[in-house]
Design a protein around this ligand. Structure first.
Ligand SMILES: Nc1ncnc2c1ncn2[C@@H]1O[C@H](COP(=O)(O)OP(=O)(O)O)[C@@H](O)[C@H]1O
Ligand code: SF4
Ligand SMILES: [Mg+2]
Length: 323
């Protein structure tokens, strides 16, 4: 369908380490529609960033895409050479706000110069035209153009994150992947950055993949949510499905773990146990060692993603009857 800007099918991305094969992304399928915000949520280590790196052809060694397909705007990314990825994909079609990027801005250059550098290297734009574009970009992320002459250390965390977002927008991509874009920021600034992303999505028709370990962060922003556990998507659906009618015990546990901002202070629930070692994940349902509802079958057989209607998917044997 033309409305889909990204289609991932059966993606497997593994890290071939000396201590074994880390099955970081193990058979993931996803679609992103034009103008959609897709929230990708799950505990740390579940494979979220690896999906993002796979989309951009940037999986770090010893990792590589083992199988599956990633199609962006009709192009099969998994078969593109490094030079094609540079010329046709990165920055122009898909750009990424890396986890911690705001703290990786070069301290010795002004932010204006750093944004100009993106324009020069990836689009050959320089001089007056680049300067003008830098001012436009800064204004589009809610910063005054005089920020261009400042150094990163002169800016607040929120301002630095806006600069990083401006860079991601520099070449007008269709898709922006934001990996934990608010993690290092306080709650008020978090909300401002999320509002900015929402505004950019509306005004520019951007499609956004918003990656987070905190389901609370994407509640108001995401149209669709994919929940990852141990390299797999275990639940997928509209925001409404996920927040109001979660079907997978892992999603239910994640939602209980969100600190309550309003109302009486709840005891913060947490999910006992650790995510599995992805070199040797548990047999059957990967969540079974931590699942309060696990039964015999869960230890033996892996549940498929059951379709519960209206695109709501859940990989739990308890949902089999509803599918
Ligand atoms: N460069 C790497 N080498 C080996 N293993 C890695 C590397 N990067 C990530 N991993 C492993 O892959 C799994 C998924 O990691 P990641 O995609 O970063 O998860 P998330 O973004 O959800 O925290 C983890 O088990 C992690 O330890
Ligand atoms: S399949 Fe079994 S172990 Fe897995 S989430 Fe469902 S009930 Fe829990
Ligand atoms: Mg990550």
């Amino acid at each position: 369908m033309a409305s889909e800007v990204l289609v991932i099918e059966g993606l497997k991305t593994y890290y071939f380490t000396l201590k074994g094969i880390v099955r970081a992304v193990d058979g993931v399928s996803l679609k992103l529609r034009r103008g959609e915000v897709l929230g990708l949520a799950g505990e740390s280590g579940s494979g979220k960033s690896t999906i993002a790196w796979s989309i951009l052809g940037l999986v770090p060694p010893p990792g590589r895409i083992v199988s599956g397909s990633i199609v962006v705007d009709g192009m099969e990314v998994t078969r593109m050479s490094e030079s094609e990825l540079r010329r046709k994909l990165r920055w122009k079609k898909v750009s990424m706000i890396f986890q911690g990027a705001m703290n990786a801005l070069t301290p010795v250059y002004t932010v204006g110069r750093q944004i100009e550098e993106v324009l020069r290297v990836h689009a050959g734009i320089s001089g007056y035209e680049a300067r003008k574009r830098v001012y436009e970009l800064l204004e589009s992320v809610g910063l005054h153009k005089t920020i261009a002459d400042r150094y990163p250390h002169e800016l607040s965390g929120g301002q630095k994150q806006r600069v990083v977002i401006a860079m991601a927008l520099a070449l007008e991509p269709d898709i922006v992947i934001a990996d934990e874009p608010t993690t290092a920021l306080d709650v008020v600034v978090q909300a401002q950055i999320l509002n900015l992303l929402k505004r950019l999505q509306r005004e520019k028709g951007l499609s956004i993949i918003l990656i987070t370990h905190d389901l609370g962060v994407i509640a108001e922003l995401a149209d669709t949510v994919a929940i990852m556990y141990a390299g797999k998507i275990v639940e997928y659906g509209s925001s409404e499905d996920i927040y109001k009618n979660p079907k997978h015990p892992y999603t239910q546990a994640l939602l209980k773990a969100i600190p309550r901002l309003r109302g009486p202070v709840d005891k913060l629930a947490y999910i006992p146990g650790q995510p599995p070692d992805l070199r040797n994940p548990p047999q059957g349902c990967r969540f079974h060692p931590r699942c309060p509802l696990a039964f015999e079958r869960c230890r033996m057989n892996e549940p498929p993603l059951f379709n519960l209607g209206d695109g709501h998917l859940s990989a739990c044997w308890l949902n089999e009857g509803e599918a």
